[in-house]
Design a protein around this ligand. Structure first.
Ligand SMILES: *Cc1c(COP(=O)(O)O)cnc(C)c1O
Length: 344
């Protein structure tokens, strides 16, 4: 890995961050808070949130098997994705490399930040060839984007291949594991000690059932997290979100049950889709959705919309011609979808 000072943008390296009231004071015994121009009424929502979310990080760290200093929370993972571009990539100069097809936000954030985006196609089984990915890199490549299990394809990317990329690349490899709870593979956040140049993304939006509260997270070595903390908005995670997340994390048993049910339903749905005359192929999945190649994805999508059932039409995505991406719902939602398709 290149030195962090070489990878970061100069302005970010030199940045002296905004110091907010709740940053400057962080003792425990204060009872009179007259430092932040807050309204003294309407407790507790009159108070600014903890800018570094210490309480939540302590709980999350235990749950995820990392240390609190290795966590940065974002307003969804989407905030962290943007943060990575802003910290590492010089607009108009640097570039990033990513697998293709994959999650659309990486390209959108690259475009917003005026950073060249270099997609490298996966093979016919949606698997990664480490050498092809590495060949797309040059001296100005700061980030490599890998998503596993991948969206919209659903499959795990071979972890040996990912490790090969991580070992050979001298910049940062971002591994988006938004769907890791639905798979049995060892999560990359547990390999931080071995690979100092990875940034792993997780989210509360999928298995944890909290898409509405907007809480995503990055796991990385402390030196990288310190940079994120300097650049992010001081109060990026609001009080309501921090409180709700604290409560949600207490009930990981409930989440385990959801995951088991969803994975079981996934097996049933994949088998049922295979039996449909209009379904040509189901791709292997380790996520809470699957990708299905159909006879005519647009026509089936339109038909389902008329029935009030919305799936994701991915036919215009590279290598996903005539594919629908179907999220696993409740048993009865899944049955509605199957009933509609059997009538098609
Ligand atoms: C859904 C998803 C996310 C989650 O984004 P949030 O902003 O945390 O809701 C991240 N990455 C991928 C690949 C996803 O599919």
């Amino acid at each position: 890995m290149r030195k962090l000072e070489e990878l970061l943008r100069d302005n970010i390296l030199r940045l002296s961050p905004y110091s907010c009231a709740r940053n400057e004071y962080s003792g425990h015994s204060a009872t009179v808070l007259l430092d932040a121009n807050e309204n003294p009424y309407n407790n507790p929502y009159n108070r600014y949130p903890d800018p570094l979310q210490q309480e939540l990080k302590n709980v999350m760290a235990k749950l995820k098997g990392v240390s609190p200093e290795q966590i940065c929370f974002g307003n969804g993972s989407d905030e962290i994705i943007d943060l990575l571009f802003r910290c590492f990539c010089r607009p108009g100069v640097d570039n990033v490399v990513a697998i293709e097809p994959t999650y659309g936000m990486y390209r959108v954030c690259a475009d917003i930040n005026d950073v060249e985006y270099r997609p490298v196609r996966l093979d016919d089984n949606f698997q990664l060839d480490a050498d092809r990915l590495l060949n797309a890199c040059d001296a100005n490549t700061k980030l490599i984007w890998i998503c596993s299990p991948n969206n919209p394809t659903g499959n795990l990317i071979d972890s040996g291949m990912i490790e090969k990329v991580v070992s050979a690349f001298d910049g940062i490899v971002v591994i988006d594991e938004a769907y890791t709870d639905f798979s049995r593979s060892v999560p990359f956040r547990l390999k931080l000690a071995k690979f100092p140049n990875i940034v792993v993304l997780n989210t509360m939006s999928k298995a944890w059932g909290c898409a509405g509260i907007r809480l995503g997270m990055a796991f990385a070595q402390k030196e990288i997290i310190d940079i994120f903390n300097k650049v992010k908005y001081p109060y990026n995670i609001n009080v309501l979100t921090q409180r709700y997340a604290m409560d949600a994390l207490k009930d990981s048993f409930r989440v385990e049950k959801w995951i088991n049910t969803i994975v079981e339903e996934r097996g049933r749905m994949v088998a049922a889709f295979r039996a449909l005359p209009v379904c040509r192929k189901i791709y292997p999945t380790d996520a809470n959705f699957f990708l299905a190649k159909m006879d005519d994805a647009q026509a089936i999508y339109d038909y389902l919309v008329r029935k009030g059932i919305i799936v994701r039409n991915r036919t215009n995505v590279c290598m996903c011609e005539n594919c629908l991406r179907v999220t696993i719902g409740t048993k009865s939602e899944n049955n509605e979808l199957l009933a509609a398709l059997r009538q098609y």
